[in-house]
Design a binder for this molecule. Structure first.
Ligand code: HEC
Length: 144
């Protein structure tokens, strides 16, 4: 038993040394969603608080994201989130991609799929009120 615990501890310590890339790419204002549309402050705040950690190059890494293997799960979500939608690289999308992202934003926010529920439990600011969800949907509705 002691041996097993010993090895669990060793493996846990060892995996802390596996590097995780937490570097944010620089944001180019000409491609940045909120700069392109001159998004009003209240919407910007909602996006920053609820979406940016996974859908922008302005990710703020929480303290727990520095501990492996949690760090790997967090980075996976961020990589996948950015792949689907990256507000910092909006300007590089073609019209089809933009429209698709706008529609998907409306539906995922409406259906409580976004922000990811697992994220909301650790980020109270991302726990959007019904009013905030509505404001966000209305804003994207007007981009259609
Ligand atoms: C904790 C990370 C995280 C946060 C925060 C987050 N998302 Fe996502 N998002 C993901 C991941 C991962 C995916 C891809 C897999 C999936 O659909 O679950 C995704 C997918 C999406 C998609 C594409 C869905 C599709 O089917 O094409 C949209 C649109 C989206 N998110 C919008 C948002 C919006 C808007 C917010 C903020 C209100 C937000 N997300 C917050 C991680 C996140």
């Amino acid at each position: 038993m002691k041996k097993i615990i010993f090895w669990i501890v060793i493996v846990f310590l060892a995996i802390q040394f596996i590097p995780v890339n937490r570097e944010n790419k620089p944001v180019d204002r000409k491609d940045n969603f909120v700069d392109i549309y001159k998004t009003p402050g209240n919407i910007k705040t909602i996006l920053k608080n609820a979406c940016y950690d996974c859908h922008s190059n302005e990710t703020v890494y929480p303290q727990y994201s520095y501990i492996a293997p949690i760090s790997w799960a967090v980075k996976d979500h961020i990589n996948e989130g950015r792949e689907y939608l990256n507000f910092s690289e909006w300007g590089r999308y073609n019209e089809d991609l933009k429209q698709n992202a706008v529609q998907k934003t409306i539906s995922t926010v409406r259906d409580l799929q976004m922000p990811l529920p697992s994220y909301v439990s650790y980020h109270p600011k991302a726990n959007l009120t019904t009013e905030q969800r509505k404001v966000l949907q209305d804003y994207f509705f007007n981009l259609q």
